[in-house]
Design a protein around this ligand. Structure first.
Ligand code: Q0Z
Length: 287
């Protein structure tokens, strides 16, 4: 990183720097969070795996929407990107009923204003994918809102455009993943505007940190689904009886190794590229 980069913000597992007035640097660490707590143990190569996946999806989806990527750095974990004016709404697409969507459905029969059929079970496939906007709450947890509230925040025409782009991205990525044995249950997009006022896909896209990936061969509605990447860590933490408040527990080598292998497997299945080949030359994901 050039020594002129100015640190702007820390996410749970990523860092954001300014390169100049127009350009940012997004750096993915090897940190992992579970139950919303960052663990003291890192997962080797996780930052590279997620950056490579994100860059793969950005390159493959630019026929749907332009994105903020300017360059993938040769360290494999950093993306140079255009600075956007980010919309104050997270654009979540759900094809399956899980997480806060499932909780909202149980309480009200609806998710973000989408009235759903009665009798759906946890992790059920929805009749069609839905867009469920959320605002970034000060607590770090997102607050689900409905389309009317989203339109009030960004304008009705812009919200309609964001919804259409998000649904097209979800359809494209879910079909790609499904053909490779992975269910894309839901995913969160962050969109922004460039200097021309064009809608642009920003942040990370379609990674395990911004999406729920489920192994298709284990899919069984009526219960929570095992996470593609974090299930070993969750199971280990649950078995410890940890109270899920910070600091999180250290995780032993076998759990680290199993978790890393799952991240690598997701990368290789989704991209069709060997992770070794990515480490040797990250630019391979852009082809
Ligand atoms: C992304 C975030 C991270 C902390 C701001 N292209 C862009 N233009 C303007 N702003 C952003 C982007 Cl990506 C932007 N975040 C999220 C990422 C660390 C916060 F790595 N915040």
């Amino acid at each position: 990183m050039p020594d002129t980069a100015v640190h702007l913000a820390s996410g749970k597992v990523r860092e954001l720097y300014a390169l100049d007035h127009e350009r940012l640097l997004l750096v993915a660490s090897d940190r992992i969070s579970t139950f919303d707590v960052i663990l003291p143990t890192e997962i080797p190569d996780k930052g590279c795996i997620l950056t490579g996946l994100s860059a793969f999806w950005f390159a493959r989806s630019c026929h749907i929407v332009p994105n903020h990527v300017l360059a993938l750095r040769d360290d494999g974990r950093s993306l140079e990107c255009r600075r956007l004016e980010m919309l104050p709404v997270e654009v979540v697409v759900r094809g399956y009923l899980s997480g806060s969507g499932w909780n909202d459905y149980l309480a009200t029969g609806s998710v973000c204003g989408h009235e759903l059929p009665p009798g759906l079970v946890e992790s059920a496939r929805l009749p069609e994918p839905i867009v469920t906007p959320a605002t970034k709450a000060a607590t770090g947890h997102d607050d689900n809102i409905d389309a009317t509230a989203a339109a009030a925040l960004v304008g009705a025409a812009r919200w309609a455009e964001a919804e259409a782009v998000a649904l097209a991205l979800y359809d494209f990525a879910a079909a790609h993943a499904h053909a490779r044995g992975i269910i894309l249950a839901d995913t969160k997009f962050e969109l922004g505007l460039d200097q021309d006022g064009t809608l642009v896909l920003g942040d990370e896209a379609l990674t395990p940190d911004s999406s729920r990936f489920w192994p298709a061969d284990e899919y069984s509605p009526g219960r929570p689904q095992p996470s593609y990447d974090k299930q070993y860590v969750r199971d280990y933490c649950e078995a410890l009886g940890w109270d899920k408040t910070a600091p999180g527990p250290e995780v032993p080598d076998d759990v680290v190794g199993g978790t890393r292998a799952r991240y690598v497997e997701a990368f290789e299945l989704l991209t069709g590229i060997r992770f070794d080949a990515y480490l040797a030359d990250p630019q391979v994901v852009l082809g």
